[in-house]
Design a protein around this ligand. Structure first.
Ligand SMILES: Cc1ncc(COP(=O)(O)O)c(C=O)c1O
Length: 386
């Protein structure tokens, strides 16, 4: 069984001691402490901790609607290779997702695939899949030239650097997941980062029922006088469409414990990644190699592989199964092929994503795998007998 945390034993012991000694378990100082540390790590002005990455996406979209950066009915580009709860909040909140194809070289959208849609979009909510990205600097320029708001779902790429900039810092805002097995685990957990103060204040309200309690005092006063609310009724006055997305102090405590270990886990996973990548490159007859030279640092928690054919995928699947190692599709594959998409949206033409869907798979790249286990995984990849 794989661990829930990096430094599992110590983390569980510290967590147990924290739960015993703390007088407060609902959102409070521990959450604020982790938010500050995370914002500093990510080099963003603001970070808002929420209960998971899916709710980070939901909260961000709601906040953008509330501040008028999105309007109901807007067409929002999404990476065709993404996760369901990247797209579902758009549908739930009255927006129209448009699938943008992903290149099999990068696993992600590129300026070329964005260009096909950019005239038609108000926002691009791209997913940085599995620690990789396309030419995201050019995508950003393209978006700003066309007045398209760029936001990033960075739930799978915390710590990857592209030409000196961390992924998650290219758009107006970005979301993160701290679910078990991700770069940093708080069991469940998510974050929204931005440098935009107005959006930050709205995120604080969207996270907590739409009331003003988390806002700075001057913002509270401004809202209360604009709406004629006295201090007594202010406790239960709701200003903006919102949810309850709050984490607990356990999430904040675990985040602060795990964050200082993040660099070590990224390094370890990067070493594993390089070995898997070399094994794959040694069998060009079986697999397609990803383009990674444009990435200064890769932060990868699951190793994606695209087989040259569905037949090769099936043979590889059988080898991994026989060794008792579970492999999975590359995220959700082509999101436009899923029943929920088909039920409410027109079919999309995404040949790259379709190939990733039909011929791709991934296996975990855990920071605590041993060298022997890495050898075994490389052998399983390369030892193909028909
Ligand atoms: C790209 C992407 N977005 C959002 C999520 C949702 O995160 P969570 O599992 O924390 O809800 C995931 C989950 O792994 C994801 O891969």
């Amino acid at each position: 069984m794989r661990s829930t945390f990096f430094a599992e034993e110590d983390t569980r012991e510290q967590l147990a001691a924290f739960v015993r000694r703390t007088s407060r378990l609902s959102m409070g100082e521990e959450c604020a402490r982790f938010e500050q540390a995370f914002a500093a790590y990510q080099q963003r002005r603001y970070a808002v901790l929420v209960a998971n990455g899916s709710l980070a996406n939901l909260g961000l979209i709601q906040a953008l609607l509330n501040v008028g950066r999105l309007q109901k009915g807007d067409r929002v580009g999404v990476s065709a290779v993404t996760w369901a709860t990247n797209v579902m909040p758009l549908l739930q909140l009255g927006l129209v997702p448009v699938a943008v194809d992903c290149s099999i070289d990068h696993l992600n959208v590129t300026s070329q695939t964005v260009e096909e849609h950019v005239d038609d979009l108000r926002t691009l909510f791209l997913t940085n899949a599995l620690g990789f990205c396309g030419d995201i600097d050019r995508i950003r320029s393209l978006c700003s030239a066309h007045d398209v708001v760029l936001i990033e779902d960075n739930c799978e790429s915390l710590g990857t650097r592209y030409r000196g900039t961390m992924l998650g810092n290219f758009g107006l805002a970005s979301t993160f997941s701290f679910f078990v097995g991700h770069h940093l685990s708080t069991i469940e957990g998510g974050m929204i980062c931005t440098d935009d103060e107005e959006l930050y204040h709205m995120l604080l309200m969207v996270r907590s029922h739409g009331w003003d309690r988390s806002l700075p005092a001057d913002k509270q006063q401004a809202l209360r006088s604009a709406h004629g609310v006295d201090d007594f009724h202010a406790r239960y006055t709701f200003y903006a469409s919102a949810f309850n997305l709050r984490p607990t102090e356990i999430t904040g405590f675990l985040g602060s414990l795990q964050l200082p270990l993040l660099e070590r886990t990224i390094q370890r996973r990067q070493q594993n990644f390089r070995r898997f990548q070399a094994a794959i490159a040694g069998r060009p007859d079986l697999y397609h190699s990803l383009a990674v030279d444009h990435l200064e640092r890769i932060s990868n928690f699951a190793m994606p592989v695209i087989a040259r054919s569905e037949d090769i995928l099936q043979r590889t699947l059988r080898r991994f199964e026989a060794a008792g190692i579970e492999i999975r599709p590359i995220i959700a594959g082509d999101i436009s092929l899923h029943p929920f998409w088909r039920a409410s949206l027109p079919p999309a033409s995404c040949p790259g994503a379709r190939k990733i869907h039909a011929q791709g798979f991934y296996f975990p790249n855990n920071a605590d795998v041993t060298d022997d286990e890495v050898d075994l995984l490389c052998d399983l990849l390369t030892t193909d007998s028909r």
